[in-house]
Design a protein around this ligand. Structure first.
Ligand code: 5GP
Length: 194
């Protein structure tokens, strides 16, 4: 997605060969106009899948997920990383190891918001090693719902997640695919001369 690539080039900060910081439009401050375009693009790519629900994880997946839900006219459920005081029973849970924070969290979704009639599109901000996506897929599978695919705003293609999910037969649609962050520079996959 051209607009997103330009935004990453102009406003993204390469923190290391592994980490891209995009807190000016996605991870802290949010660019609503860009999120709307992202929502339209995901909605277009999954238009014929009969999606009934979007599933994401707090907090950075929520903005792109809500815009996608708006376009597809379906509800959005976000997995919580902390236990809620008002939400203690009927939870589906999974373990997720965070790449950036180097810690393992239990994530959960209330059973009542996902069921076997649902066809789910998972949305997240980044795909690195795929642990967050695997946790969400685990929850979707436990609920009995069907998984249509995974929509990612920024895929770091040099890490294992995308290949690992594709190898499992899961459809992954990434709007920007970063081939490398070497030398402080973002190189996109489509730009690379093969
Ligand atoms: P994974 O579970 O695929 O290894 O990592 C996905 C999660 O880690 C994303 O939800 C995102 O929060 C975080 N993450 C991974 N790599 C990056 C990165 O380069 N930059 C930022 N801002 N977050 C990242």
């Amino acid at each position: 997605m051209r607009l997103l690539q330009e935004k990453i080039k102009n406003d993204g900060q390469v923190l290391s060969d592994q980490i891209l910081k995009v807190d000016s439009f996605l991870n802290h401050q949010i660019d609503p106009a860009l999120m709307l375009e992202i929502g339209k693009e995901f909605a277009k790519r999954f238009a014929n899948e009969g999606i009934t629900k979007i599933v994401t994880i707090e907090s950075s997946g929520i903005a792109p997920a809500v815009m996608t839900g708006l376009q597809l006219n379906v509800p959005v459920v976000f997995a919580r990383k902390r236990k809620s005081l008002t939400l203690t029973e009927g939870l589906i849970t999974a373990s997720v190891h965070s790449f950036t924070k180097q810690e393992t969290n239990e994530i959960s979704i209330a059973q009542k918001f996902l069921n076997a009639e649902d066809k789910v599109l998972i949305i997240d901000d980044f795909l690195a090693n795929g642990q967050a996506a695997l946790g969400l897929i685990d929850i979707v599978n436990q609920s009995g719902a069907e998984l249509a695919g995974v929509g990612i705003v920024i895929e770091k293609s040099f890490q294992d997640g995308a290949k690992m999910l594709s190898d499992q037969g899961i459809r992954v649609e990434s709007l920007a695919r970063v081939a490398s962050l070497a030398n402080g520079e973002v190189t996109f996959k489509s730009e690379k001369v093969e």
